[in-house]
Design a protein around this ligand. Structure first.
Ligand code: FAD
Length: 283
């Protein structure tokens, strides 16, 4: 953890682009509420294969114009051409967006070809080649390793390629085992990877949804947490109360050990993130 301690702490909140006017109004309320916590940036996801291209752009541009919090769009490259990506980067530069989360993404099932980019390191290299130092580039990191990687070592080597291509910092996939994060950053340090690796934090609000998501993205829910959540049954208040305890304790451990901030997967809800924030006394 030593190399992480030197970085200033950065707090950020992630949203997905809403599909309806009602969703957009709800997100506006959520971000107004979370803006009071003065995060460093709000990030907005990009749907698989570019499926939310316009909605991501609209959401980001609204944040950039209507709030004093910096907006950071996610951009995934799989299934795209260089021209597509160049066009999106140009649009963001015109909006004066300076911060981007660069990802490979996943091809939606049935959508055949990977396009002109195979992996996120190629996207990072492309952004640097096209735009120099205009963007602060975040990349994804996987403390419990990416589900398609043969093993943790290979995945860290691949993570290193993204850093060498020009990534400035990383946000992790969510996890519920702080030791997985500590092991990951130590392994990065041994390989000479020296950028801030900010833990991605998923508040627990809905067990069925969380279990489905976690199976897909390779995040492990420790057995003891599964058992406790299963025991809550349909009692949503009990799930939220237990989830807030578990996640707050983990965040406290991460920060005490020197993690360079926290990135919350808000799921467009202010309450669960704010509750953890307040319990951590983040001010
Ligand atoms: P990569 O870093 O390219 O890695 C993908 C896999 O390929 C890994 O197994 C890696 O080990 C392997 N690999 C990488 N480089 C090479 C190489 N050169 N040779 C061989 N193998 C290689 N998804 C979305 O669709 N939209 C989003 O907005 C979004 N936001 C995210 C935000 C965060 C913080 C995180 C952690 C994930 C996010 N995802 C998002 C999910 C992400 O797109 C998936 O996890 C995807 O499967 C991998 O993307 P990546 O950028 O990590 O890929």
């Amino acid at each position: 953890m030593e190399s992480q301690k030197k970085y200033p702490r950065v707090y950020s909140f992630e949203f997905f682009p809403p599909k309806t006017d009602e969703g957009a109004a709800k997100l506006r309320a959520t971000r107004n509420e979370l803006a009071k916590l003065k995060p460093r940036f709000f990030s907005v996801t990009f749907g698989a294969g570019g499926s939310t291209r316009e909605r991501t752009f609209d959401t980001v541009s609204e944040i950039q114009h209507d709030s004093d919090i910096e907006a950071a769009p996610h951009l995934s490259c799989v299934g795209s051409t260089k021209d597509n990506i160049r066009e999106i980067l140009d649009l963001y530069r015109k909006e004066n967006i300076r911060h981007i989360v660069a990802l490979r993404g996943d091809l939606p099932s049935g959508m055949g070809q990977p396009g002109e980019f195979r992996y996120a390191n190629e996207l990072v290299a492309f952004i640097r080649a096209e735009t120099g130092d205009h963007f602060h580039i975040e990349v994804a990191a996987y403390p419990e390793f990416h589900p398609q990687a043969a093993n943790a070592d290979v995945d860290i080597d691949n993570f290193k390629r993204k850093v060498e291509a020009g990534a400035d910092s990383a946000i992790t996939q969510y996890f519920f085992n702080a030791d997985a994060y500590f092991g990951f950053v130590d392994a990065c340090e041994e390989r000479g990877i020296d950028i801030p690796v900010v833990p991605g934090i998923m508040p627990i609000t809905n067990y069925t949804q969380l279990a489905r998501f976690s199976d897909m993205c390779g995040a492990e829910i420790p057995r003891w947490i599964r058992k406790r959540l299963e025991a809550c049954g349909d009692d949503r208040d009990a799930i939220r109360a237990f989830g807030a305890d578990v996640v707050t304790d983990m965040c406290q451990r991460l920060l005490d050990a020197g993690a360079p901030g926290l990135h919350f997967y808000t799921m467009n809800q202010a309450g669960p993130t704010r509750q953890i924030w307040e319990r951590l006394n983040l001010g």
